[in-house]
Design a protein around this ligand. Structure first.
Ligand SMILES: [Fe+2]
Length: 344
């Protein structure tokens, strides 16, 4: 499998320069900000699981000849020193995938930095944990999210480089927004939000620039939507439909809770939209609470030779406490409950 970063020229002076950060900075307008306060600080959803597994899980959504199998996880959040164990059932789920992609939410800092409100500082040990989970050379870490700019250009660059030093593939910097697999599949990282002023990550506003006409299949992997909302807002659903009129698949993240996975038919092909995979890891273990979704998709040509998605499989995941210091992430076999949510 050949993996090549797609490099772009950025025609904006100073995009790769330091912009001073401030202690308190957030991306939302007034109403969205008030909703964030309510949903995140005052009344987070008690049950993150918002919907049942739909009937197309573990089925072929299009008839194809599978060529590539890609695994997706959601937000990789800081662990605050918790010993984090990834169970064998999750490793087994991804054992047949060619490539894994996750959203690396935050910055690894080796030196102390001035504090930032809600700053996501990862310990370097997260890279050891991820290395033991899936081979780094086949793991793509998307670094375009609302926390990418928490510690400025300098913090971003040193963290981005360190992740690569461990052998992982990083994308999401504005001049390298995507990875191309075997010249056929283009996976694009981008974000709708940045807490701090930040010109150096790929944004959803520029997503069209990152689309490759000569790729057989273009996947958008955006950091979008809102935290702790079980369903996307109508305007995000509309944006999603527009994106799927161009992109072949959209797999999102940022909500920190699982959101719906749906199909949209386009030119007689079923296209997959996962609004948000929620979290892959975080530092809070609450028995039975489903924090996110792991997903894998087969891609390949259909009868006409055009590439499409074939078999789609996903599972909810949850974190259970093992003892005072250790937690385990595993597939959650509890059936989703149709509360507070619906199929869209
Ligand atoms: Fe986020």
């Amino acid at each position: 499998m050949q993996l090549l970063k797609h490099k772009l020229e950025v025609n904006e002076d100073g995009w790769d320069h330091e912009i001073p950060t401030t202690y308190f900075s957030q991306p939302y307008g007034f109403i969205d900000c008030m909703e964030w306060v309510y949903n995140v600080l005052i009344n987070p959803p008690v049950n993150y699981c918002c919907y049942k597994k739909s009937d197309f899980n573990n089925t072929n959504i299009n008839q194809i000849i599978p060529q590539i199998r890609i695994g997706f996880i959601g937000d990789i959040m800081k662990l605050n020193g918790v010993e984090f164990i990834i169970s064998e059932n999750i490793k087994s789920f991804f054992s047949d995938t060619d490539l894994l992609i996750g959203n690396f939410e935050g910055t690894i800092l080796r030196d102390s930095c001035k504090p930032v409100f809600m700053g996501q500082v990862h310990a370097e040990s997260i890279l050891e944990i991820l290395s033991g989970f899936f081979p780094p050379s086949r793991t793509v870490l998307s670094c375009a999210n609302n926390h990418s700019g928490d510690y400025g250009w300098t913090g971003f660059c040193s963290s981005y480089q360190l992740i690569q030093d461990y052998g992982f593939i990083t994308i999401g910097r504005r001049d390298e927004p995507s990875i191309v697999i075997d010249g056929k599949v283009n996976i694009v990282s981008c974000t709708s939000w940045s807490n701090q002023k930040c010109n150096f990550v790929a944004t959803i506003d520029e997503a069209d620039r990152y689309f490759l006409d000569d790729a057989a299949f273009n996947i958008l992997y955006p950091h979008w939507g809102y935290e702790m909302q079980l369903n996307p807002k109508l305007r995000q659903v509309q944006q999603g439909r527009e994106l799927l009129s161009k992109w072949d698949m959209v797999i999102g993240h940022h909500s920190h809770c699982p959101q719906p996975i749906v199909l949209h038919e386009n030119n007689l092909r079923q296209k997959l939209m996962a609004y948000s995979l929620g979290n892959f890891c975080n530092n809070k273990a609450i028995q039975g609470r489903q924090i996110g979704i792991i997903l894998k998709v087969e891609l390949g040509p259909d009868q006409s030779g055009a590439w499409a998605a074939g078999r789609v499989q996903w599972e909810f995941i949850s974190i259970s406490p093992l003892n005072d210091r250790s937690v385990e992430l595993s597939i959650s076999f509890r059936q989703g409950l149709p509360i507070n949510g619906q199929f869209i």
